[in-house]
Design a protein around this ligand. Structure first.
Ligand SMILES: Nc1nc2c(ncn2[C@@H]2O[C@H](COP(=O)(O)OP(=O)(O)OP(=O)(O)O)[C@@H](O)[C@H]2O)c(=O)[nH]1
Ligand SMILES: [Mg+2]
Length: 382
């Protein structure tokens, strides 16, 4: 009886062990079968689910890769010279500022009410209080002195150009000393257009036949590097990137190293725009710059500012200028803004010239900033 029980228990135990072993083997076997196809996806899924920009990236990457991997169809970016002219209509059209001012200045009687309306227009265009006062004072004096011989349009044009600063050095420092590449570090609040501006700037450099490498030092989101890669691929510019969550400084370092190894002319480094707090920002951007400069100096720190955010955006941008030594401003989304005055306000508040303006979402909708052309565009007509 005792032995029978023992045999039975052993039999049950054996069956149980076999069953468990069977399950485990199936699970183990199933795992490798599931794994291979899912491995590439392990990196991919966070991208689409992560941000709104994701759809744009795969849509553009896919058609280019399978076709001709060795010789992708490269786009020919537009030459620089014609850009501000081409984009002129977008400024004139959106602003209405020039037309409004000219209308008021051309009145027979320039009474106090008229001058007040002129001030309101200028303040409304984000020019800022002090520059508005300066401009109005300048206009009043000139129109009084020159009397009826004054042509309001000419006077306004000259005073506006003076205000924008025709003598500021607006050249983008994209070249390094000797054989070293120039390094452009792009910073700014999130959503202002940093990555887009890096991509557009790369196209300008390509149009000027400068060899360029991009560094995706926004490692905060996988989609950020993806977005930049898409820009690079379209014009055959290499993009150095790291895994999501990598140290931005190390990616920036690698990008510049690659630039030096490849003897390129310019390396442009995109960064993340989170404005957590000033100390954190200072740590991160400060480190990125320091680490790059172990190899070669950063030649341009470009602060990207969204023109539509007006004075509010300016306050945020100011924090960046306190953290890194900003040398130039790229003012984006001027196409959608009726606030041309922000150009003057930002230069005054940050003490740095506007060097580039973004005038649309098209890949070549970025132009070097020229005060006279800008003012002419604002005034419209000819
Ligand atoms: N209309 C217009 N849109 C622009 C311009 N520049 C950028 N944008 C748009 O602004 C949006 C944000 O641009 P991004 O380049 O992703 O901005 P970012 O600063 O890199 O954003 P984060 O990486 O999230 O900090 C995109 O939809 C761009 O197409 C411009 O000059 N005009
Ligand atoms: Mg970005």
């Amino acid at each position: 009886m005792g032995t029978d029980w023992l045999v039975l228990i052993i039999a049950i135990a054996v069956v149980a062990v076999l069953a468990v072993a069977g399950l485990v083997t199936t699970a183990v076997r199933r795992k490798p079968r599931d794994l291979p196809p899912s491995t590439p996806d392990v990196v991919a899924p966070p991208a689409p689910s992560d941000t709104v920009e994701a759809p744009e990236a795969p849509a553009e990457v896919e058609p280019e890769t399978p076709g001709a991997p060795a010789e992708p169809r490269l786009e020919q970016p537009e030459k620089v010279g014609s850009r501000l002219q081409r984009l002129r209509a977008r400024l004139a059209g959106s602003s209405g500022l020039g037309k409004g001012l000219l209308g008021l200045l051309s009145r027979d009687q320039l009474d106090e009410d008229t001058w007040e309306s002129i001030e309101d227009l200028l303040i409304g265009a984000d020019l800022g209080v002090a520059p508005t006062q300066e401009l109005v004072d300048g206009l009043r004096t000139r129109l009084r002195v020159e009397g009826s011989s004054a042509k309001p349009r000419e006077v306004l044009r000259e005073e506006l150009i003076k205000l924008v600063g025709p003598d500021m050095d607006r050249g983008l420092r994209v070249s390094g000393e000797g054989d070293a590449p120039g390094v452009v570090l792009v910073v700014g609040v999130n959503g202002t257009g940093k990555t887009t501006t890096v991509g557009k700037l790369a196209r300008i450099l390509v149009a000027e036949e400068r060899r360029t490498v991009l560094g995706a030092a926004d490692t905060f989101r996988a989609a950020a590097a993806e977005q930049l890669s898409t820009w690079g691929e379209r014009v055959g510019v290499e993009v150095v990137r790291g895994p999501e969550g990598a140290d931005p400084a190390s990616v920036a370092f690698d990008a510049v190293k690659e630039g030096i190894d490849q003897s390129v002319d310019t390396v442009i480094v995109d960064t993340a725009g989170r404005l957590q707090n000033k100390a954190g920002l200072m740590d991160e951007l400060g480190k990125v710059k320091r680490v790059i400069e172990k190899q070669t100096p950063v030649t341009e720190v470009l602060l990207v500012l969204d023109a539509t955010t007006g004075q509010n955006g300016l306050v945020q941008a100011k924090v960046f200028s306190e953290v890194v030594d900003v040398t130039g401003i790229a003012l984006t989304k001027l196409d959608g803004s009726a606030k041309g005055g922000i150009v003057v306000a930002v230069q005054r508040q940050l003490g740095v010239p506007v060097k580039l303006v973004g005038l649309g979402e098209g890949p070549d909708d970025l132009a070097p900033f020229e005060p006279a052309a800008f003012v002419d565009a604002l005034l419209g007509g000819s």
